[in-house]
Design a protein around this ligand. Sequence first.
Ligand code: NZQ
Ligand code: ZN
Length: 384
Amino acid sequence: MFNFDYYNPTRVLFGTQRIADVALHIPADARVLITYGGGSAEKYGTLAETRAALGDREVHEFGGIEANPHVDTLMRAVALVREKGITFLLAVGGGSVVDGTKFIAAATHYEGDIWAMWSQRLPPQQVLPLGCIMTLPATGSEMNPTAVVTHTELGAKVGYSHPALYPRFAILDPRKSYTLPPRQVANGVVDAFVHVIEQYLTYPVYAKVQDRFAEGLLLTLIEEGPKALTDPENYDVRATVTWAATLALNGLIGAGVPQDWATHRIGHQLTALYALDHAQTLAVLLPSLLSVQRDTKRLKLLQYAERVWGITDGDEAARITRAIQKTRDFFDDMGVKTRLSAYGLPEKCIDEVLANLQRFNLLPQGEHHDIDEIKARRILSLSY
Ligand code: NZQ
Ligand code: ZN
């Protein structure tokens, strides 16, 4: 196992009726900005519950944070935060709203070029405190220090991580996910699944605890993901999926182990260029990446085949092939298509994604830094 620091300061308030407790965790004299997305939080009553819970605090609101949040939109929120002297940010929504709010938290008091800070991963200066009420189990953003934002003019989607960006608290009420359209439920399960894979399916370092945790999360998502689609108001199922998604990317299973993240970094370019949903990019790329990397990932692929998919017969090559096929089938069964062509993308998307990867210095990728332009092209071609 590698050396590691493990730090996670986010308080999780999990279960029903937890929005009422939000006031316990925001200073009584705070000037609060509630941030939200395109309207689901208003439509389904979550904003009303949040306003009521905040009592007589000074509260302002900023809506309209889009999926894959844009820097332009977020800078309008920054202007409001400065104008109103906001001291606490409260995100209500999915990963895009939480990520966008992290950007606002870092940008408000930053002296200098915020995009340069973000894209060059320079440390932030004074960061505003934030909390979140999560309405979509998927990204893990509620309990991690990462945010991904899009710069439309540059065609860039860039992630940034800093310990100052952990939310102070995350309210996770599984019932809030009942109103999600099936596409977002499926996206969430696939995203969480791939988060686990990116931290698990590399090479063995005798990290038995992390491996067993990761396999437990994968098995849980395989069992419960389809039920979340067929039985959408089953509390136990939604609670399980919600907690699995949080644990998939809160640092626990990634401590002390090699990590990949190539599927995510290549996938972000597909979203930036073609507006594919984040999870759609992962469902397309992961099976191809596992095929291209089957030699360097051999030992972990065999472990994954046996412990997650119960594949024990056949020679090694056959077991690996079946495990990759099972992975693809799982995404397809969840209703997330696994071919670029199935989303109507033109074949030239392969060259465009490669150009973006070069332009933003994103190659090489992978746990061995061996995914260069040639391998990235093979992954994309196999994904078409
Ligand atoms: O905008 P509204 O109206 O709220 O609608 C949203 C949006 O259209 C809707 N939605 C959310 N909660 C709902 C709901 N609709 C009905 N009922 C509810 N309870 O769902 C749509 C998608 O929301 P979005 O927040 O974009 O989805 P998700 O949570 O999947 O977030 C995706 C973003 O997170 C980034 C992705 O790149 C992408 O930008 N990621 C962030 C990560 C992190 N911070 O650690 C890691 C991930 O790998 C990922 O990259
Ligand atoms: Zn993801």
